[in-house]
Design a protein. Structure first.
Length: 522
């Protein structure tokens, strides 16, 4: 009888898959991958997030919070290469760079992480052998490592599918060459192969890392994209259905839409406070308490420009005057480097005194997600980094768009023209360098005030944007709940790699399904 019972007993479930996550060392890339790691771990997967010492130190709050929540999420620290020509010691993140000449050496240093990454992966004992590597699109160097070890690899690309599809179509149809050769900066080009009409100029054309001097890195990343087993994106079906479908078709491999990742932190103050830099629960509580005093729902505008953009004083002052003149309650995030001079600090202090009770200045790193999820906040003036835009959308907050570089101009087109949740600040279509350009056109205080008034106003258009934003916010929450498209896609992702746990390279036999398979099931 015992023998029969033993024969009939179901086999033990295969061990949970182990995802090894390799983010790019920039806040706008690491934050979503930390959120993704939390999502995977909260659904039972084992996750190891690989980074370098300076970045690992910033993630201590994440590690501690994950340990308290009993998640199988480890931070793995690889030694940072020494003696990189042209890179001062200590620089391990894009946001530490103050000289444009340090970008290429930083990327050169990161490529050298291939050796310790491979050693780490080889050292893992069988129960922890990696089932899948998920590395940032910009970490093209991981492709050779995963190929040598036979580990499946997905790339994570930070922008929306709308942007990634534009970029892929530009690549496949030679648009990059055409825009680069354009003599006239205002000449318009239609992005080929898009399901909607999209125009770009030389300055707003898609492209990550494809500037002069970056040819080798860019080619490596494009090759890594082509060789990957699939892609993971921070978006959701109801937001980008047609672009997701076209992107998956153009890429010719599964695309897993698992977002908005930021909702992985929903309702967890410790998790939101540990996003990005060192955890700062006290600062988050102080900002939230200030917002609590603002009373009316949707009355406050958040003004912040991501983790990298640094403004020159002349532009900073125009933003400040614009906010003051708008009469709208605001939270304005000013970076430490922007407020570094006594002149600027004095000016900011005077402004603070004039707008006391109506405007809050946050110096340095702000608890952006906590602000956007506060009911008092009803608008966001943003540089159009995709994380910021999606965090706004996920919380039903319409935006005023002020793009600066990379994918931000096309992200603006998506939220303004396609989704109808954005109003442009109306900047000239010229990329503004990350650190502020003396020659860049300054956006005047009147334009800032006008954009804030349009965003926060009572008119029909403002109301329509607000309504649409709330609708997408509800859909975003539904996508992440049990039965929702992102939730179910994540289940499929985990299950398909559970089958291949053990590190064998998965055959392309249809067991890896992305969102399209999910759609067929419905
Ligand atoms: N962020 C934050 N506090 C800040 C500045 C940025 O929490 O003071 C977060 C923001 O919520 C987002 C990320 O940093 O998750 C910025 O990413 P995004 O794609 O918007 O822009 P980037 O920094 O890459 O330009």
């Amino acid at each position: 009888e015992d023998a029969t019972a033993a024969t009939l007993a179901p086999p033990p479930p295969p061990p949970p898959p182990h995802f090894v996550i390799v983010p790019m060392v920039a806040q706008g890339h690491t934050i979503p991958m930390v959120d993704l790691s939390r999502l995977l771990a909260s659904r039972g997967a084992r996750v190891s997030l690989v980074t370098t010492p300076v970045n690992a130190a910033r993630l201590r709050g994440v590690a501690a919070q994950a340990a308290r929540a009993k998640l199988a999420l480890d931070i793995v620290e690889l030694p940072f290469p020494t003696d990189i020509a042209g890179l001062p010691p200590g620089i391990e993140n894009v946001d530490q760079i103050t000289d444009h000449n340090h970008f290429v050496p930083l990327f050169a240093a990161l490529r050298k992480l291939a050796v310790p990454l491979e050693a780490y992966l080889r050292s893992l004992p069988p129960p922890r052998r990696p089932s899948c590597l998920i590395s940032d699109w910009c970490n093209g160097w991981t492709a050779a490592v995963s190929a040598r070890l036979g580990i499946p690899r997905l790339f994570f690309h930070g922008p929306p599918c709308f942007y990634s599809l534009c970029d892929l179509n530009a690549l496949d149809h030679g648009l990059h060459e055409q825009t680069a050769a354009a003599a006239d900066d205002t000449e318009k080009f239609v992005v080929p192969g898009m399901p909607v009409h999209v125009e770009v100029t030389k300055a707003t054309a898609p492209g990550f890392l494809n500037s002069p001097g970056w040819e080798a890195q860019w080619a490596e990343c494009v090759d890594a994209m082509r060789a990957a087993d699939g892609a993971v994106v921070n978006t959701f079906l109801d937001l980008e259905a047609q672009f997701l479908a076209c992107y998956e078709a153009a890429l010719g491999k599964p695309v897993w839409a698992l977002g908005p990742f930021c909702l992985a932190n929903k309702g967890d103050a410790e998790a939101t406070a540990s996003r990005g830099n060192a955890p700062d629960v006290a600062r988050q509580s102080a900002v939230t308490a200030w917002l609590d005093t603002m009373g009316t729902d949707d009355s406050v505008v958040l003004v912040s420009f991501g983790s990298l953009v640094r403004r020159l004083p002349k532009q900073l002052f125009e933003v400040g005057h614009g906010l003051e003149n708008s009469g709208v309650p605001f939270v304005w995030v000013v970076k430490e480097q922007e407020a570094a001079s006594p002149e600027v600090e004095e000016w900011l202090a005077a402004l603070e005194a004039r707008v006391a009770g109506r405007g809050l200045l946050v110096r340095g790193w702000a608890p952006q997600l906590a602000v956007l999820s506060h009911r008092a906040v009803g608008g966001f003036v943003t540089h159009c980094g995709w994380n910021s835009l999606l965090e706004a959308i996920a919380h039903g907050v319409p935006v005023a768009t002020w793009p600066h570089f990379a994918d931000q101009f096309l992200n603006e087109r998506l939220v303004v023209d396609v989704l109808g949740v954005g109003v442009p600040v109306g900047v000239a279509e010229a990329p503004v360098m990350i650190f502020g350009d003396e020659s860049a056109p300054v956006v005047a205080r009147e334009d800032v005030a006008r954009a804030v008034a349009a965003l926060m106003g009572d008119g029909e258009e403002a109301g329509e944007r607000r309504r649409k934003a709330k609708e997408y916010g509800e859909k975003a929450h539904r996508a992440m709940e049990k039965g929702g498209s992102s939730y179910e896609s994540l289940t499929q992702l985990i299950e398909s790699f559970r089958q291949s746990a053990g590190g064998e390279k998965k055959a392309k036999d249809g067991t890896v399904h992305a969102w399209s398979a999910l759609k067929e099931q419905k």
